[in-house]
Unconditional design. Structure first.
Length: 121
């Protein structure tokens, strides 16, 4: 991968990270502003369920932010774009679709097959 491609993916990853962090800030502000002690138990339960769903979403995004950070380190260390398992290039098209991909399509497919065999899914 050349310097121009690395810079391209670095921009994509940083923009994605920034967008996720803005969502975190919006959630915090929303939860502070919308938190109310409803006298009706059904209203209170509805609000708690909405907050719970929002927090689960933010938790998934928090994990994604960690993965983006890990990927940005790989970009800086010139290790980005290579499969963690076999060492071949992941491929530009795959990275465009999923910039945090750390496995080539063949290794990812094998991992998914193994997971299905283990979980029975």
């Amino acid at each position: 991968m050349n310097d121009l491609q690395r810079a391209h993916f670095k921009l994509i990853l940083n923009a994605w990270r920034r967008e996720l962090m803005e969502e975190v800030d919006r959630t915090v502000n929303h939860m502070k502003d919308e938190a109310a002690n409803f006298p009706d138990p059904a209203d209170r339960a509805t609000q708690e369920e909405e907050f719970s769903l929002e927090l689960r979403t933010r938790d998934r995004e928090r994990k994604l932010i960690k993965k983006i950070d890990k990927t940005l380190v790989r970009v800086e260390e010139d290790d980005y774009g290579f499969c963690d398992q076999c060492g071949v290039e992941v491929g530009i098209r795959r990275l465009e679709a999923r910039p945090t991909a750390d496995l080539c399509i063949d290794c990812k497919t094998l991992d998914e097959i193994k997971e299905k065999q283990i979980t029975g899914g």
